[in-house]
Design a protein around this ligand. Structure first.
Ligand code: HEC
Ligand code: HEC
Length: 299
């Protein structure tokens, strides 16, 4: 064999080894993240299961926390992403015919607010950093609703990351794990009384993910964890919404239509904000009107 051919052999061999070592590293490091145990206590929670509380829980899980957007209207779960490069993301069945049968009430409250599953590992994708703000009473009502919903037996399998998804997770380019994002030392309120106050509007906007997607300052921009081609969140501070009347903002939140007739993109969950009560709508608008004006994209 000529010398140059041997050299090419060495170079190709080295590249193959490096790629294999890199892939091995990504595989091991992404597994370590998925398997990581989170030491967060499952605090006991009071769950009252009368019909008024169940109805309240159903409303809150639909119009405010939008659990049904991912877990589907019957709570029986759905496939959220099935991408040959990124992976398979499944929002599981959370009826008594599915995952929550094995969960205690305290464990359900923990996965909602801290993103820590029954086995101590982190859930992916769940916006627990928004749900950490939900009061004990409202989490209790959501649990009462989950426990009372007709059991569904659908089993969709398990979430699985594929090579590109694993690489994005290991390089911290994809904030996937809910337990990494939630603040585990925040102590949520026991009860928040529904009224038309700015404080209640702020509570609903935190619990409802307005701040999660539009940013803590509500001025919009690219949403963390979303693919780069996904539309940025709009500026919903007075700088962005000042030109609209309350009735016009309400139409955007209830019908997904702007005054000029254009449609708000479906990534904005207007089909669920549409279901807010009048009181919740008024409190939310009052809150949005008084936040500090900010230029677009500062989050
Ligand atoms: C943006 C999508 C999304 C939303 C909204 C969402 N979830 Fe989830 N949830 C998921 C995914 C995905 C998983 C699975 C995580 C995993 O397997 O790591 C999950 C896991 C769970 C689990 C644990 C199930 C198990 O396998 O152990 C429970 C319970 C749960 N969610 C309840 C809720 C409730 C209640 C709400 C509303 C307060 C909610 N989720 C909102 C996506 C979502
Ligand atoms: C899952 C992410 C997400 C959540 C949660 C969310 N939004 Fe949005 N919202 C968006 C995106 C993205 C847009 C931009 C849509 C477009 O470009 O058409 C948007 C657009 C809007 C608009 C239209 C603004 C305009 O000028 O066109 C309003 C109003 C709005 N959101 C208010 C809210 C409120 C209030 C909440 C909480 C109750 C909320 N959003 C929750 C992602 C979200």
């Amino acid at each position: 064999m000529p010398r140059w051919a041997r050299w090419i052999g060495y170079v190709v061999g080295t590249v193959v080894l490096l790629v294999a070592a890199g892939a091995g590293y990504v595989y091991a490091a992404s597994n370590a993240k998925a398997e990581k145990q989170y030491d967060v206590a499952a605090r006991p929670i009071a769950v009252v299961s009368d019909s008024a509380t169940i109805a309240r829980g159903k409303h809150f899980a639909t119009a405010i926390t939008k659990c049904v957007d991912c877990h589907s209207d019957d709570l029986g779960g759905k496939i959220m992403i099935d991408d040959p490069a990124l992976g398979l993301a499944i929002a599981p069945n959370i009826t008594m015919g599915g995952r929550i049968a094995a969960y205690s009430d305290a464990e359900i409250a923990r996965v909602i607010r801290h993103g820590v599953k029954r086995d101590g590992r982190s859930a992916i994708i769940m916006p627990s950093e928004d749900y950490q703000f939900v009061s004990d009473e409202d989490v209790g009502a959501i649990i009462a609703y989950l426990r009372s919903a007709p059991p569904v037996t659908r089993e969709l399998g398990n979430t699985m990351l594929r090579p590109v998804g694993r690489t994005l997770v290991v390089t911290n380019m994809l904030p996937l794990y809910a337990a990494e994002k939630a603040n585990h030392s925040y102590v949520p309120p026991t009860r928040v009384v529904p009224d038309t106050s700015v404080a209640y509007g702020e509570y609903l906007s935190n619990a409802g993910g307005c701040t999660g997607c539009h940013g803590p300052g509500l001025s919009g921009g690219p949403i963390p964890g979303m693919p780069p081609d996904s539309p940025p969140a709009a500026n919903i501070t007075p700088t962005g919404l000042g030109k609209y009347s309350d009735a016009e903002i309400e139409t955007m939140l209830r019908q997904g239509t702007r005054p000029d007739g254009s449609k708000v993109k479906d990534i904005m969950p207007w089909r669920y904000t549409a279901l807010m009560t009048d009181l919740e709508m008024r409190a939310t608008l009052k809150y949005l009107r008084q936040v500090a004006p900010r230029e677009f994209g500062l989050r």
